[in-house]
Design a protein around this ligand. Sequence first.
Ligand code: E4P
Length: 217
Amino acid sequence: MKFFIDTANLEEIAEAQALGVLDGVTTNPSLMAKEGITGADNILNHYKKICDIVEGDVSAEVIATDFEGMVKQGEELAALNPQIVVKLPMIADGVKACKYFSDKGIKTNVTLVFSVGQALLAAKAGATYVSPFLGRLDDISTDGLHLISEIRQVYDNYGFETQILSASVRHTMHVINCAKIGSDVMTGPLSSITGLLKHPLTDSGLAKFLEDYKKGN
Ligand code: E4P
């Protein structure tokens, strides 16, 4: 399973990259705003900085909600760097734009997906990635992981190549369960990745090894 980090914070992206397990980055307008990145030029420049830090795919979201606007913005984003994946909302014009970009060989990520039917549409439009938001479903007492497993089943039934990018991952158990289900990618905060490191038996075991080494030297 690929690990993407879901942030626009350059320090956190660099930390995950330095760990050696990072496969890409996802962002959204809210994450950009959280870092204080506003204005079209600053946002485009920030995407370039992210691409300089990571080697993998970087999802950059369009703001337009009409087909022509999405195509214009998506082409501008895609021209920044071959790593850019054009992130499109799951609305009718977003599906049309997805088909447009996939026909042109430009990578896409269809976002704000909350049902199997939406995921099916994204796959039929040739999306590179589909982003079901599992945490936001959990937030409203709906089983987000169940959605991921249903999408997995439908995609496998027909051999769709669209990668399931489990989004809105909030913690380590989401990551582990996504891996069990067979999600192709997960995107979450830095803590959902570094949290996987932690085990008290690792810490106490290492402390004992070092203590015993000192005794013999
Ligand atoms: C997906 O690409 C989104 O950026 C993200 O995962 C949303 O997560 P949230 O529900 O924690 O905001």
